[in-house]
Design a protein around this ligand. Structure first.
Ligand code: ZN
Length: 271
């Protein structure tokens, strides 16, 4: 599943190239998670002003309104000059004077939704509940710790829920909790302020490094083929059950939390 760093790296891969382009054609394929919400023809002639990210949504700003793109479970975006016929899993094309932006999504949990503005009900319905962004300087200790104090659920579950801070998916939650020395099953409201600060810094650290790693992965591909590399940091605990902790050598454990696997070191991570 694409997580925040993959979405951000996707954005970086085409934001400079698409800015200023005019929409020349829109093709809607099989139904996605949500309908487009406007006629495809009404987008033709509009100008792309830029591409922002909010959580795991990409916001393509137009001269009138914006398009919200979500990659769902299996989606990926390609932007390039090639205008090959769509394949079976290509479900949305935004063709522009600067190139073709195409959504490939085999499982079709992704979506492209038009909203007249970011304040419109269409946009608020999708973006309104999102927690703060972890990487733009707005992720502050006071609000984070106060939010933790109000939640009795396990800290890993609270991070995945995304209401306090967005973008901490399964991989990055396990890794950040390891870096912060916090057991994933610890109740959020039992986490002290100093530990909350360690966790906040760990979250920023793992996500920042993942974006940087993805950025360097991107540069390894030629721009012409438009490929997006998926990438993963060398994991400290994620998917390492049964292997020795890289810090203390203790065997990494795997548990289930809300249908998801969690990995941790019982020595390095305290309840
Ligand atoms: Zn350890």
């Amino acid at each position: 599943m694409p997580e925040l760093p993959e979405v951000e790296v996707t954005r970086l891969s085409f934001v400079d190239r698409i800015a200023g382009a005019r929409v020349t054609r829109v093709r809607v394929g099989k139904p996605l998670r949500w309908p487009l919400g406007c006629s495809a023809e009404s987008l033709v002639g509009r100008q792309v002003l830029g591409v922002r990210r909010r959580g795991k949504y990409l916001l393509v700003d137009l001269d009138h309104g914006l398009l919200l793109w979500h990659l769902g479970m299996s989606g990926s975006l390609l932007f390039g000059d090639a205008r090959n016929p769509p394949c079976a899993h290509d479900h949305f094309d935004l063709d522009t004077t600067h190139g073709l932006l195409r959504l490939n999504d085999p499982r079709r949990f992704g979506a492209v939704v038009f909203a007249p503005s970011e304040q419109s009900t269409q946009a608020v319905k999708l973006l309104g509940h999102l927690g703060v962004e972890p990487l733009n300087g707005g992720f502050e200790l006071n609000a984070f710790h106060a939010g933790l104090r109000q939640r009795k659920a396990a800290i890993k579950q609270v991070l995945l829920a995304g209401a306090l801070v967005v973008g901490v998916g399964n991989i990055y939650a396990s890794e950040a909790l390891f870096l912060a020395g916090i057991r994933p099953t610890t109740r959020a409201d039992c986490i002290s302020r100093p530990r909350a600060e360690k966790l906040r810094l760990a979250i920023i650290d793992v996500l920042t490094r993942a974006v940087q790693k993805g950025g360097s992965t991107l540069r390894d591909f030629s721009a012409a083929d438009g490929k997006n590399g998926y990438f993963q940091l060398e994991a400290l605990v994620y998917d390492r059950a049964g292997e020795p902790c890289r810090v203390c050598g203790t065997t990494i454990r795997r548990i289930q939390q809300g249908q998801r696997s969690t990995f941790y070191c019982a020595v390095c991570q305290k309840p």
